[in-house]
Write a protein that binds this ligand. Structure first.
Ligand code: NDP
Length: 367
């Protein structure tokens, strides 16, 4: 069983040399409550970097509780889709296709207590269940030490991009037809879906991304009203003024730092900002967003952070609506698929270089 492990903590930009490929014999049979899964598609997610950092007291409890320790003996858990090889659970049998917390490895021994959901891919590609239609996978961590009021269970796992985009856009941003929406990292997994939900809601949508090819894709294939390459802009505030002469009503923030500051400066009164991610800050501890709070106060702007975890109750509604949009071609799921367990480090590091277009996945095995 080949797997990828973390050599040392990562502070700053990750690189391929932070990881190594190792191999161990696979456990021959599952124990009670365990399931041996052959991994097919792994979801590669930016938040994993925050788990790889050296622990500091500034980490929020949820990251501290799920940190990834270096060392060959440690596995890196990750959301994915796989096929059951052998099951120690009554509700699963060999051959079932499942989604849940698997790992950066060819086979995962899923331990008792980690939820696996059966996948019935029907008329949509199986990869969608590791990307746009992924469910929230529960992984329970005891974090007694972080809470004064006794034991607490926190759930951590990948935020599936579809539910994140859906809940963040509809619940946090509360869009109205005709509103002006700005999306950053717009050609990425979450951003590309947010832009499409916004168009389906009758909004005017502008996205930013890190290359001309991505900008063309946003305007051509994804139906954004406009898009720009933020790397070509010397002054983000004036760039946004150009793209939003009447101001921004909704900003869906995937990147934080300077872009968040520029967006807040261009927001209209009663504007809403969904703070979904801050990828530009994950690689640089010194870079922190500092939006002008006078703007926030006098324009009565709502800045709200959220986690997909808060929206499990919307999963059914999200999944029915989104599957229908995908089936009828009203939405497109963009996927960027690398092949082979060896390609995981490059796929992961590439997220922070902007290599990916759409959801970054690694195809680890064949059905
Ligand atoms: P993406 O598919 O968007 O991939 C990351 C993209 O971010 C890259 O392709 C790159 O595109 C862009 N990027 C990388 N570095 C920078 C930088 N320094 N400045 C600006 N853009 C950068 O990833 P996801 O869709 O999976 O995640 C998007 C965001 O949403 C992340 O911040 C992630 O942590 C967050 N997230 C939050 C969840 C929640 O529950 N709140 C759940 C899931 C994700 P480009 O070429 O445009 O630079």
């Amino acid at each position: 069983n080949k797997y990828v492990s973390l050599k040392h903590h990562v502070d700053g930009h990750p690189s391929e040399s932070d990881f190594e490929l190792a191999s161990t014999p696979l456990q021959p049979a599952p124990g009670s409550g365990e399931v041996i899964v052959k991994n097919l598609f792994l979801s590669i997610d930016p938040y994993q970097l925050n788990r790889m950092k050296r622990y500091s007291s500034s980490h929020t409890a949820i990251i501290a509780a799920s940190k990834i320790e270096p060392g060959q003996a440690r596995r890196i858990d990750a959301y994915g889709v796989g096929k059951v090889v052998a099951s120690g659970r009554a509700e699963l049998e060999a051959g079932d296709v499942v989604a849940g917390l698997l790992g950066w490895e060819q086979y995962t021994v899923v331990r008792p207590g980690t939820v696996l959901m059966k996948v019935d891919a029907k008329d949509l590609p199986l990869s969608y269940y590791a990307s746009v239609l992924g469910e929230y996978s529960l992984h329970l961590h005891q974090i007694k030490e972080h809470k004064k009021d006794g034991p607490n269970l926190l759930t951590t796992a990948t935020g599936p991009s579809g539910l994140t985009a859906f809940a963040g856009f509809y619940d946090v941003c509360k869009p109205k037809k005709g509103e002006k929406v700005f999306v950053s990292a717009a050609s990425g997994s979450v951003g590309s879906l947010v832009g499409q939900y916004a168009k389906l809601s009758g909004c005017y949508v502008v996205g930013c991304a890190g290359s001309k090819q991505k900008v063309d894709l946003l305007k051509g294939k994804l139906g954004f009203d406009d898009a720009f390459d933020y790397k070509e802009e010397a002054d983000l505030k004036s760039a946004l003024r150009r793209y939003f002469p009447e101001g921004i009503d909704i900003y869906f923030d995937n990147v934080g730092a300077a872009m968040l500051e520029a967006a807040v400066a261009n927001m209209n009164s009663f504007g809403r900002v969904a703070v979904c991610g801050a990828i530009s800050e994950y690689t640089n501890a010194g870079k922190r967003a500092a939006p002008d709070l006078m703007d926030v106060i006098y324009k009565r702007i709502t800045l709200r952070g959220f986690l997909a975890l808060d929206y499990l109750h919307l999963h059914e509604q999200f999944s029915a609506a989104t599957s229908d949009h995908l089936r009828h071609g009203r939405m497109i799921s963009l996927e960027d698929v690398s092949v082979g367990i060896e390609s995981v480090p490059t796929a992961f590091v590439g997220l922070f270089r902007g290599d990916n277009v759409g959801k970054m996945l690694v195809r680890v095995g064949e059905l």
